[in-house]
Unconditional design. Structure first.
Length: 318
């Protein structure tokens, strides 16, 4: 599951765990998106419309270009920092946008020389909001459309934080030949979404969901709407995610924070660490790295570790 920090209109932050849909509220602070149900959106194979290119203003990279890509009727903002292929794709957690990586992108581009791609998921940053429950399949469709449009169709290094771990899992299962390797940064993993943790997260977020629903429309923020979208089908989505497995042929490095998304809940923190370790031990081409002195926001607290592991993955996958 994934946790994330969603800030309400009143400025409060709540740490919570989230599973498949990644992130109902919390630390994963960066894992919520809104999306329509799979029944209401066309299949992911529907071609994305042509890209509109404009100067980037999101701060995801000083030399990046903003590409507005249309998928299933809504526009998505993809930021591309030029470099050689294969590309490195950075996906922030729930409730976060491409600017989350603004300090890492320039350093990573300089060290690797690779093309760097960041993007705003539906409802975040410069991307359009899409009404309805959050569905990982819709998020995967959006990422597919963006990478296909940008020509990042093989040997991609996928870097996923928090809720984005769920998207990475489904995307990589769907396109194992497109992903050369992944760096999962305190990411939502299937092993965490047990019935026990799903119930605990759902219960922990209910009060916040109720409070948001009671707000006047003008007071509801993007992050609030993302939380409501994820909460809508959270239990069923997380149970489905728990059954997912990562493709054995795709190497992955798991970076777990020392605090985890649950710094005030020992049982949940231990469940998070256990899930990360179980994932890493499931195949010989995976490794577990602990980011000492770090909150769930490892990319902000320990960018050196994230950059080093990405560089290592680039060299390993060659």
């Amino acid at each position: 599951m994934t946790a994330k920090i969603l800030r309400s209109a009143e400025g409060r932050s709540t740490v919570i765990a989230v599973g498949v849909a990644a992130a109902l509220t919390g630390v994963l602070a960066g894992c919520g998106q809104s999306g329509t149900s799979t029944a209401s959106r066309p299949a992911a194979s529907t071609p994305a419309k042509a890209t509109t290119r404009v100067a980037s203003t999101a701060g995801s990279g000083t030399d990046s270009t903003l590409h507005m890509i249309t998928n299933q009727g809504h526009k998505l903002a993809f930021h591309v920092t030029p470099g050689h292929l294969p590309a490195i794709v950075l996906d922030a957690g729930g409730g976060l946008d491409s600017s989350y990586w603004k300090k890492i992108v320039p350093a990573l581009a300089k060290k690797t020389g690779a093309e760097i791609i960041t993007y705003d998921r539906a409802g975040m940053g410069a991307s359009d909001e899409v009404p309805g429950p959050w569905k990982v399949q819709n998020a995967v469709s959006d990422l597919e459309a963006g990478l296909t449009n940008l020509g990042a169709t093989h040997d991609v290094i996928l870097v996923s934080h928090s809720e984005a771990g769920e998207i990475a899992t489904y995307f990589t299962r769907r396109h194992p030949d497109q992903i050369a390797g992944a760096v999962l940064v305190d990411a939502s993993l299937p092993q965490f979404s047990t019935d026990t943790e799903i119930a605990r997260v759902a219960a922990a977020t209910q009060a916040q969901v109720t409070a948001i629903q009671a707000l006047k429309p003008k007071s509801v923020t993007k992050a609030d709407r993302q939380l409501l979208a994820v909460a809508a089908d959270f239990v069923a989505d997380q149970r489905a995610y728990h059954k997912m497995t990562w493709p054995a042929g795709v190497p992955a490095t798991v970076i777990v924070s020392s605090q985890t998304p649950f710094p005030t809940s020992a049982p949940d923190a231990q469940a998070w660490r256990t899930a990360q370790a179980q994932f890493a031990k499931a195949a010989p081409n995976r490794q577990l790295v602990t980011a000492a002195h770090s909150s769930h926001d490892i990319p902000l607290d320990r960018p050196d570790i994230v950059e080093a592991q990405i560089e290592a993955m680039v060299k390993t996958t060659g």
